[in-house]
Design a protein around this ligand. Structure first.
Ligand SMILES: Cc1cc2nc3c(=O)[nH]c(=O)nc-3n(C[C@H](O)[C@H](O)[C@H](O)COP(=O)(O)OP(=O)(O)OC[C@H]3O[C@@H](n4cnc5c(N)ncnc54)[C@H](O)[C@@H]3O)c2cc1C
Length: 351
């Protein structure tokens, strides 16, 4: 039996960020991940601090952002891999009123760092953007798939990774520890994304899940060097490939590409693109979203060895380092969790 400080279940953005907190503090751990369809494997990987529907900032946006950028840079160094690239994000204005709202946002002290007041005129003949673009500043893309692959290899080289499904009913509880497989650990941190719906201990929490789908298109004429946002994104991936999407579907909770989403995205593309393209792939995943758009962190009220790190929602790249830090500081330093992300805001879900 190997004694450890932590077992972590899930190696998406949440699991990786928590591993990093543990490594910084010299804690011992092992990660279980089954390699199935997590949200992190599908995400386009954009980081963009502005909500482009309303021109507002998400919760703790500046704190999230200022922690996340150096965090990914450190990870690149540690893993010796390049996975973060600056990439402009441009919003297509739908009308003159939309443009005015953008200017108003760029004037607000909280937004001026990220919202450029300079309009950019569209010079790409294959894109319909008659009202110009607004540009978000300090944006980019993280190749999450690549990051996950290299992080997993790193953990394997330390003997700290098991590619396996974690079976919740196989946990044995001691007074101050748990036994699972060949490990005895003080705590298990569940970072399972939408997989939490199979978790006996946390499945009643209001993690709703939102299915998102992308088309991957090849469009050699398009030659875009920025991500373009209208009611959806076109994100350049290199080699004339672009991710188009994603859709938002609150009903379906599977990771199977659908004809409905394909048709929706083809129709939307027709309103923006005039060049020819070929659809080369389609991907789907479930975002771990909550009704109140806040994460779910905390310790199970009946089994204090069981911990949750979930609810990263639609912006896991920016959110994961700060949420992992909050959780670590709570568990190891006794610093209270912010009320907004404390899962005990739903006490009835544990009755
Ligand atoms: C279509 C789409 C587009 C997105 N685009 C962006 C974007 O551009 N920018 C951005 O910041 N965010 C984006 N997101 C959101 C982002 O992907 C999520 O917030 C984030 O990936 C969630 O990370 P996670 O680690 O909580 O969950 P996941 O990435 O789902 O990871 C959970 C992991 O746990 C594993 N697992 C679950 N249960 C078990 C078990 N019992 N045993 C073993 N392993 C288990 C799964 O296999 C998975 O690897 C997007 C999401 C989707 C679906």
């Amino acid at each position: 039996m190997k004694k450890l400080d932590y077992i972590i279940v899930g190696l998406g953005l949440a699991g990786i960020a928590f591993c990093e907190e543990l490594e910084k503090a010299g804690k011992t751990f092992v990660v279980f991940d089954n390699g199935k369809d997590g949200a992190s494997r599908v995400a386009a990987g954009l980081y963009n601090p502005v909500i482009l529907k309303r021109y507002t900032l998400p919760w703790k946006a500046v704190e999230q952002f200022d922690l996340a950028i150096p965090y990914y840079k450190r990870l690149e160094k540690k893993l010796r891999v390049q996975c973060m690239t600056p990439l402009p994000v441009r919003k297509v204005f739908s009308s003159v009123e939309d443009q005015n709202n953008w200017f108003a946002a760029s004037d607000q002290p909280s937004l001026e760092r990220f919202v450029s007041p300079q309009l950019i005129s569209n010079k790409n003949q294959w894109i319909k953007a008659p009202n110009d673009y607004g540009e978000v500043l300090e944006t980019g893309r993280v190749d999450i798939k690549k990051l996950q692959k290299h992080y997993q290899e790193y953990l394997m080289s330390k003997g700290a990774f098991a590619k396996a499904s974690f079976i919740h009913s196989n946990i044995t509880f001691n007074k101050n520890s748990v036994i699972y497989d060949d490990y005895e650990a003080s705590r298990i941190v569940f970072a399972e994304g939408h997989g939490v719906k199979q978790n006996l201990y946390f499945k009643n929490l209001p993690l709703v899940g939102n299915k998102g789908e992308y088309l991957i298109i090849k469009a050699p004429d398009l030659q875009l060097n920025a991500a373009i946002k209208t009611s959806f994104f076109i994100v350049p991936m290199g080699d004339d490939l672009y991710k188009v999407g994603a859709t938002f579907n609150w009903t379906d909770k599977d990771s199977v590409p659908s004809v409905k989403a394909r048709e929706e995205l083809v129709e939307k593309l027709a309103s923006l693109l005039t060049c020819t393209y070929e659809i080369v792939d389609q991907e789907a995943g479930v975002r771990p979203t909550t009704g109140d758009r806040r994460a779910l962190l905390g310790v199970h009220p009946k089994y204090n060895q069981l911990v949750l790190l979930n609810g990263l929602g639609t912006r896991g790249i920016m959110a994961s380092p700060l949420l992992a830090k909050y959780l670590f500081d709570f568990l190891e330093k006794g610093i209270p969790l912010p009320d907004e992300v404390n899962m005990m805001r739903f006490p009835k879900k544990f009755e």
